[in-house]
Design a protein around this ligand. Structure first.
Ligand code: NAD
Ligand code: TDX
Length: 369
């Protein structure tokens, strides 16, 4: 690897990947392309950009000419594609942006890559890596085997359908035009810099602020949790050793019902307050500030429409082929995540703007949360 274009590098996983890549490949040239939508935050990567070896470009992946220009100008050999609309609840309230960014945007990147790498100035060594999700495989019953790379796609939400569409386009560009591609389908991530609309950061911040913890349905939906640093390591392994044209599932071997995740968040925040008296002064509205438990905030609300019951990843292919295994355990990495949100209050306070408040109102008011 030498010259990378990272799309969506100011979002949650993209920012963690940029930080990881800079730490493990400090000599590589890196260009981050991000539209800075509500989910993009330059503050997540600002300190690792230098304008010489590591640039930031604000732009839309749907702008194929811009992408082509960047690929040529920076002699890019590796494109790592994270940019997406990524929140299932938002896709239910407004699916158009998901089709536009995830399907049309991915296609626009593929067109630019084909022109730059397979056109007149052919570049034999190139790689288009597409970051996808386990949600494209649909929902499992409690006894179904976990998703493998050959599980048929059965997406259920506008989000997962748009990701499935983008995966198919990547496959087609590899098969039809000979573009060198790899694709990873990953399970639920958590860790630093995650936008507080997803379960874990939303609930950590609600515990601190004393807001309700809105549990969809019976709280028994199962997700397979992976610390974001492990996801970054998995992508790096695929970029370095993955076989062109292959797809790899990345998972944490950590299936948990939501209620178990929520109870761990509550326990971790309660313990942090018990061991650090200053937290009570910083967050006086948290039940933990008055010696009670954040469990008091748990509230069952109306379920997400079409809520997938269970996701689980069978990670044996990437383990056997690339020797990749997650390094972090859930309770320890969750505690690390809670500590990150405690230490980075200005980062998440800046996000709690009018747009965010309007979104929270739109999503949760009708649910009674
Ligand atoms: P995110 O929503 O936190 O970040 C998305 C980023 O993409 C933001 O920085 C945003 O500004 C940028 N972006 C959006 N539309 C754009 C456009 N048209 N042009 C340029 N940039 C644009 O998402 P995330 O959670 O970091 O997810 C990253 C990728 O990983 C996505 O493709 C997602 O489908 C996939 N994924 C996420 C998870 C998870 O648990 N979060 C799990 C598996 C796969
Ligand atoms: O307020 C909530 N209450 C609740 O019970 C929220 C936000 C979520 N949930 C439940 C729904 C899910 O069962 O928690 C679980 C996790 O929800 P999300 O954090 O919204 O994630 P999920 O829908 O599972 O999708 C995530 O994992 C796969 C990411 O958002 C996707 O981008 C990724 O592809």
């Amino acid at each position: 690897m030498a010259n990378l274009l990272v799309t969506g590098g100011a979002g949650f996983i993209g920012a963690n990947y940029v930080r990881h890549h800079v730490a493990t490949h400090p000599g590589d040239h890196l260009v981050v392309l991000d539209a800075l939508t509500y989910a993009g935050n330059l503050a997540s990567i600002q300190d690792v950009l230098d304008g010489k070896l590591r640039h930031f470009v604000r732009g839309d992946i749907c702008d194929s000419d811009l992408v082509h220009e960047l690929l040529v100008k920076h002699d890019i050999d590796t494109l790592v594609h994270f940019a997406a609309e990524s929140h299932v609840d938002r896709s239910i309230l407004g699916p158009d942006a998901f089709v536009e960014t995830n399907v049309v945007g991915t296609h626009s990147l593929l067109k630019a890559a084909r022109k730059a790498w397979l056109g007149e100035r052919r570049r034999a060594s190139h790689r288009f890596h597409h970051v996808s999700t386990d949600e494209v495989f649909g929902s499992l019953s409690p006894t179904d085997p976990a998703f493998t790379e050959t599980t048929p796609y059965a997406p259920n939400s506008p989000y997962s359908a748009s990701k499935a569409g983008s995966d198919m386009l990547v496959r087609a560009y590899q098969h039809t035009y000979g573009l060198t591609t790899t694709l990873t389908n990953c399970s639920n991530n958590y860790g630093p810099y995650q936008f507080p609309e997803k379960l874990i950061p939303l609930f950590v911040i609600r515990c601190l602020e004393g807001g309700p913890l809105p549990i969809y349905g019976d709280g028994m939906n199962v997700r397979d949790w992976l610390f974001v640093e492990d996801h970054c390591r998995g992508i790096e392994a695929v970029l370095e050793h993955g076989k062109p044209g292959e797809t790899y599932n990345i998972g944490g071997r950590c299936e948990l019902p939501n209620i178990a995740v929520i109870d761990t968040i509550v326990k971790t925040v309660d313990a942090a307050f018990a061991s650090d008296g200053r937290l009570g002064e910083r967050f006086p509205n948290s039940p933990a500030a008055r010696g009670a438990s954040c469990a008091d905030l748990k509230t069952h609300v109306t379920d997400r429409p079409g809520h997938d019951r269970r996701y689980a990843i069978d990670p044996r292919k990437i383990e056997a082929a690339l020797g990749f295994e997650p390094a972090f355990r859930f309770e320890q990495a969750l505690a690390q995540t809670v500590q990150w949100y405690l230490a980075n209050e200005p980062w998440w306070r800046a996000i709690q703007n009018n747009d965010y408040r309007q979104w929270v109102q739109a999503n949760y008011a009708a649910r009674g949360g």
